[in-house]
Design a protein around this ligand. Sequence first.
Ligand code: C5P
Length: 286
Amino acid sequence: MRAPDVLPAPAKINLALHVTGRRPDGYHLLDSLVVFTEVADRVFLSPAEDISLEVSGPRADEVPAEDNSLLRAARLLSEKFQVSGGVHIHLEKNIPVAAGLGGGSADAAAVLRGLVPLWSLSVLPDQLAEVVLALGADVPVCLRLKPARMRGIGEDITAVSGVPSLWAILVNPGVPVSTPAVFRRRRGAFSEGLPSLPHHWEEETFLAWLKAARNDLEVPAVEEAPVIGKVLQALQGSAGCRLARMSGSGATCFGLFDSKPGAGAAAEVLRRGHSDWWCAVTPLLS
Ligand code: C5P
C-alpha cells in the first residue's frame, strides 16, 4: 500500500483535565476530554535508505534537530519491526512547541500512521500500543484524531461522540512550558475522575458539564509561567467567550465561542491588544 502524501498532525485541546493519581514511576494518572482542531502540522514521508528529518514552516526553529518525537517514532518502529529501509520525513511545523497542544505527539503519531503502510508492516494493535506509549503519553489519542476521553497515563482511550460544533480561540503567550516542571509543582489531594459523560450533548449541557470540570494543571502552570493568568483573563473578558481554560500543561489557553464570527471578532481584539501572542481560530473537530 502506498503511504499518503500528506499526513495531518492536528493540535489537540484538553477541554478538561483532572489529575487523579500518581504511579510509582512518577507518571500521573489523568482523566481528560480531548478534542482536535484545524491547527495542524503537516508530515510528508518518502522512502529513503536512512532515517532523516527536514523541518520547514513558521515554527521550524523550535524543533530540536536530533531529539524530537518524529525521529524517535521512526527509529522505535524500525527497531521493533527490524525494518531494513529508512524514510525521509519532512515536517511543516505550525503548532507552537511545548505549548500544551500535543504537537510533538501529533507529529509522532503521523509518522507511525504513515510508516505502517510505507514499510508494509503488518502490525497488531497491541504491538503498536507498546511503541506508541513509549513515545509519550499523548501519542495514543493522537493516533485516533477523534474526540476522546483519555485515562490512565494516556493509554486508556474511549471515543466520545456528540461534541457540539463550537469554535475556539487558541492563545499562546510565547513562553514554552515544561510539562514535568508543571507536574512537579502540582500540590494537594488528587481529583476525582471527570463527571459522568452524558449520552447526548446539547451545546448548553456540554458547556455546563465542562464548567463542572477543570484543568488541574492550570494553577501549577500559572505559578510556573504567570503570563498564563493574563491570557486566561484576556479570554474570559472577551465578548461572547463561553468558557476559558488552559490546555494540557500550558501555556496555550482556549476560549470557547458559539460561532465562527464570534470567535473571529474576539480574536481580532486580542491580536490588537497583544501583538506578541500567537492566536488562532478553529472549530472543535468532531
Ligand atoms: O509523555 P510526555 O512526553 O507527554 O510527558 C513528559 C513528562 O510529563 C513525563 O516525563 C512526566 O514527567 C510528565 N507526565 C506525567 N504524567 C503524564 C504525562 C506526563 O507525569 N500522564
